[in-house]
Design a protein around this ligand. Structure first.
Ligand SMILES: Cc1ncc(COP(=O)(O)O)c(C=O)c1O
Length: 405
């Protein structure tokens, strides 16, 4: 009888603990808790009738194909719909530049598996998306984080780290960024910084992984070109783009796509062969219908209008509840689903979390977004999911909890 399974596990998985946010979510069983912890889009903007219609059509026309295996890279119809969708953003690609993924998290997994071996360096912003850390952790890399600034990545700081690493004969395998309305901070990278990041990538020959789940959810200001677009214009080919339908359509479909150089995509497709085979055809068809048949522009405008209102009201409530002397500050995002709240240094948001639960409000402690050497006085707040009424109530509960701490 095997008594100690732990000794049998692969070394890279032995210490692996999965997605840090899962540790937070497990405390949220009480239905009275207002949770600002998840990254959920609101069902208020779900395309229910569009999905029902597309589903009925798909099942009537092609039930046998839906029930069958399907091509590993993805369905032609979805490829073509995505190619047209990306043209709106100035991105011109062909099929060989794209693999359909089973959501953004799968896209990250393919990226980690393709590039990373134990000890390899990944360079990213501090803080960064915890799910990316969870995906990359499986390969046991080393993380180098550089504090994010108000206008996005600290590119000068990143270059300094790249040069220091070069002295040791080390080159980061890639730079991972979420330039638009970053998860967890809501920060957007300026145009100048995007140019500078590309300069850094070209000078030191380091690929950039641009994760873009929120790009279409901008609530104010001018759209800034995607790194992928700017890289194409400069003839670079250094950027790999990760996309998902989760935030603009629905997370339930688990469909996304990775784009990049044909060599990169071909390898990612081989990895997909080994880890999941094909993304369910039905789910892909629903995403094609989302792009082609559900009045995309009107839907995206509705989402923007809906989330903009929630964000504005949440920010107004925060202004009222937290005067400057409270020492509590927060980012003011222009899109996406999150903002980043910082509390005075003496407060550890991990400890505060358990008090917040008693006050029936929840957030994600900031510690989970670092990969190494975490800061402990921040929290990620999601404003998209709970009702307006609950959003205001949650901010009030948070204020009471922080003032009583
Ligand atoms: C930056 C970022 N990348 C990837 C993902 C994963 O997306 P999906 O839910 O499609 O797996 C998320 C989800 O929150 C995200 O915020």
């Amino acid at each position: 009888m095997i008594r100690k399974w732990q000794d049998r596990f692969a070394t890279n998985i032995r210490q692996y603990e999965g997605y840090a946010i899962g540790k937070t979510i497990k405390y949220l069983t009480d239905p009275e808790i207002i949770s600002l912890a998840g990254g959920l889009p609101s069902p208020d903007v779900f395309q229910r009738s569009g999905l029902k219609l597309a589903s009925e059509k798909a099942l009537n026309v092609g039930i046998d194909r839906i029930m069958q295996y399907s091509p590993i890279p993805g369905e032609d119809s979805l490829f073509n719909a995505v190619i047209d969708f990306l043209k709106r953003d100035g991105i011109n690609i062909t099929r060989e530049n794209m693999v359909i993924t089973t959501s953004g998290q799968h896209g990250l997994d393919l990226t980690g598996r393709l590039f990373l071996e134990a000890g390899d360096v990944v360079l990213f912003d501090r803080p960064t998306f915890a799910g990316a850390i969870a995906a990359f952790d499986m390969q046991c890399p080393r993380y180098i984080g550089v504090d994010i600034e108000e206008d996005g990545s600290n590119v000068t700081g990143m270059e300094r780290r790249v040069e220091e690493l070069a002295q040791e004969g080390i080159k980061p395998k890639f730079i991972y960024v979420v330039p638009d309305f970053q998860n967890p901070t809501g920060i957007t990278m300026s145009h100048a910084k995007r140019e500078a990041l590309l300069d850094l990538s070209y000078k030191h020959e380091i690929p950039i992984v641009e994760d873009s789940p929120y790009r279409d959810l901008r609530y104010s200001g001018e759209t800034i070109p995607a790194l992928f677009t700017m890289d194409q214009e400069r003839g670079g080919g250094n950027v790999i783009g990760l996309y998902t339908f989760s935030k603009i359509f629905c997370p339930g479909m688990r469909v996304g796509f990775n784009i990049g150089a044909p060599e990169v995509i071909a390898r990612m497709t081989h990895i997909k062969e080994g880890n999941i085979l094909n993304t369910p055809r039905y789910n892909q068809d629903m995403c094609t219908a989302f792009l082609r048949e559900m009045d995309l522009d009107a839907h995206l405008n509705e989402c923007r209008e809906y989330y903009r209102q929630k964000l504005e009201i949440f920010l107004e409530t925060m202004e009222e509840l937290f005067p400057p002397e409270s020492g509590v500050t927060w980012t003011v995002p222009v899109g996406g689903l999150f903002l980043w709240v910082s509390v005075p240094d003496r407060i550890d948001t991990n400890e505060l979390f358990f008090e917040a639960i008693k006050h029936k409000v929840a957030y994600v402690p900031g510690e989970q977004f670092y990969g190494e050497n975490p800061a402990r006085n921040h929290m990620r707040i999601n404003f998209s999911f709970v009702s307006l009424e609950n959003l205001i109530e949650a901010a009030k509960r948070l204020a009471t909890c922080i003032s009583e701490h």
